[in-house]
Design a protein around this ligand. Structure first.
Ligand code: GUN
Length: 295
């Protein structure tokens, strides 16, 4: 029986700490951090995430600015908004919700965000600083949430074999880069496997720690892991409810039922990595405010 990694509880603890920190900043600077969240189009899942981010800010005393723009917004119009937000001293962090509509280049927009306001950690300057082991950068929110969960449940990470399933720029690649860094929060032996592997179980079976960010339900099943593995499931998939096909449920990328009995610890979906992502966004926004005053 695995220990269930309670991301909801850990994220609540972190948000309480951040609330205190925001009060301290208010006393020290007479100002609080601000987060601008930009949503283009009306993807319902993205709209929910954006609302949750705004609510998360308000709960800890961060100022929230939300820009909900129509699907027809042009790249130039979005660029003009980014330029305005880059210059606005009330805005500590900028997050443009992805995916963007097809007619807007995500790369161009991410590159236009001032790296010191890039609380998503997606700008090439921040990506590069993680690879180069420079720590005045922003670590992307979901990978940072995974790293904190791993550190709560695995002591002495040095030399542990961490296997990542998935190579996305949002999760797989940054998790791998962060977890191979030479520091006490990481120092793992890292393997990344992905859709080009004929059989990912050759890799997943070797994992002491398994981070699954493949974007597909049931990517990892019980026969693909070794006893005692620590499993971090980043997946969010909506599937038909097996007990009532007229309804849907949210599941991860890991088949919880068959993997949990072999694992020593595992994140549930929902309630594992998800809540950590928002807490890390708030943490990065506080960090942005502080970095901008240290310049
Ligand atoms: N869409 C899905 N995950 C993310 C994220 O972490 N940041 C942004 N900006 N968009 C996303």
């Amino acid at each position: 029986m695995a220990e269930i990694i309670d991301g909801k509880k850990i994220s609540a603890e972190i948000r309480e700490e951040l609330k205190v920190k925001v009060l301290e900043l208010q006393n020290k600077y007479g100002d609080v951090p601000g987060l601008a969240v930009v949503l283009v189009g009306d993807d319902p899942a993205s709209a929910v995430y954006v609302r949750m981010k705004g609510k998360g800010c308000e709960e800890i005393g961060i100022r929230s600015f939300q820009y909900i723009l129509p699907e027809t917004t042009t790249e130039d119009e979005l660029m003009a908004l980014i330029d305005e937000l880059n210059k606005d001293s009330k805005v500590s962090g900028i997050l443009v919700q992805l995916p963007l509509p097809k007619h807007i280049s995500e790369k161009a927009i991410i590159n236009a965000i001032d790296p010191i306001k890039d609380v998503d950690g997606f700008h090439p300057i921040n990506v590069g600083k993680v690879v180069a082991d420079e720590d005045d950068c922003f670590y992307p929110c979901t990978p940072l949430g995974c790293q904190i969960l791993i550190n709560r449940y695995v002591k002495n990470l040095k030399g542990k074999h961490l296997v990542v399933v998935g190579r996305s720029s949002i999760v797989g690649k940054p998790v791998a880069n962060m977890m191979m860094q030479k520091n006490d929060r990481a120092n793992c032996i890292v393997t990344v496997c992905h859709t080009a592997a004929p059989d990912i179980s050759l890799y997943t079976r070797q994992a002491d720690i398994l981070v699954v960010a493949a974007g597909r339900a049931n990517t990892v099943t019980g026969n693909m892991v070794k006893d005692g593995v620590v499993v971090i499931d980043v997946g969010v998939n909506r599937i038909a409810d097996p007990s009532d096909p007229s309804k849907t449920i949210i599941v991860g990328d890991v088949d919880f039922k068959s993997v949990e009995p072999k694992a020593s610890a595992i994140t549930p979906v929902p309630g594992g990595v998800g809540p950590m992502t928002i807490a890390m966004l708030l943490s990065n926004t506080v960090r942005a405010f502080e970095l901008q005053r240290k310049k």
